[in-house]
Design a protein around this ligand. Structure first.
Ligand code: PXP
Length: 245
């Protein structure tokens, strides 16, 4: 357990906006530098197979130019493994990836894909990366992650973020139980997906979490208040929730 809840800022959608015009603006590297100045603890990017947002060239520049640890979200493919091994980011988070999805929709089937994931997890870990698996908050997936030897899991907060009415508490309790179980298994627990100013506090208050990864909302909010202000407000909301817990 840790008192400081780390904030990983996912800057993919800075690249999405840039790519809409095909030029150089807005620059994800500049966003990463601003995120660092605003209190982010890490920068997260997802290099997708179709390169719809962050590109290989972005990853090159970010790897050289960003002082913060980089968390590379990646599909469990040979191509992505090769890229991760060349760049050796601080962390590699294995996520499921479907070409037709708008964003990462579900968690990884760590249980069903053991044989595919095992060599990838061990090669990433052997190269010094902190490997994390993006999973739904359930016992079977946690056990599978532990069996794979991943030191970290990132719990999918999408079902919590999109829940309504009584389902919100149900999903929050599911996250809390999974996080506690994961800590008992010796895993470091991260969480992310769909988090906003309005829903982050109950998640940030969970003492078993070490890191939140937040992207789409922050980049969207930056349109209105600026990236620096959006990240500072998220940082403050997380810290306040932790302090009150
Ligand atoms: N964590 C993982 C593994 C993700 O795939 C994403 C989305 O790219 C996030 C966190 C961040 O989600 P959001 O963009 O909804 O904040």
């Amino acid at each position: 357990m840790t008192n400081h809840l780390r904030l990983g800022v996912n800057i993919d959608h800075v690249a999405t906006i840039r790519n809409a015009r095909g030029g150089l603006h807005p620059d994800p590297l500049r966003a990463a530098e601003m995120a660092a100045a605003a209190g982010a603890d890490g920068i997260t990017v997802h290099l997708r197979e179709d390169r719809r947002h962050i590109t290989d060239a972005d990853l090159d520049r970010l790897s050289i130019g960003v002082a913060l640890p980089i968390n590379l979200e990646m599909a469990a493919t040979d191509e992505m493994l090769g890229i991760a091994l060349r760049h050796r980011p601080h962390a590699a988070c294995i996520v499921p990836e479907r070409r037709t999805e708008r964003t990462t929709e579900g968690g990884l089937d760590a249980a069903g894909q053991h044989n595919v994931l095992a060599p990838i997890v061990s090669r990433l870990a052997d190269a010094g990366m902190r490997v994390s698996l993006f999973i739904t908050p359930d016992e079977r997936q946690l056990e599978a992650a532990a069996r794979l030897g991943a030191p970290v899991v990132e719990l999918h907060t999408g079902p919590y973020a999109h829940a309504e009415g009584g389902a919100v508490v149900f999903e929050l309790e599911r996250l809390a139980r999974a996080a506690e179980l994961g800590v008992r298994m010796g895993l470091e627990i991260h969480a992310g997906h769909g988090l906003t100013f309005d829903n982050v506090a109950p998640v940030a208050a969970l003492p078993t979490l070490a890191e939140l990864n937040i992207g789409h909302f922050l980049i969207g909010e930056a349109v209105f208040v600026g990236l620096d202000a959006a990240i500072r407000r998220m940082r403050a909301a997380m810290d306040a929730a932790r302090a009150a817990a």
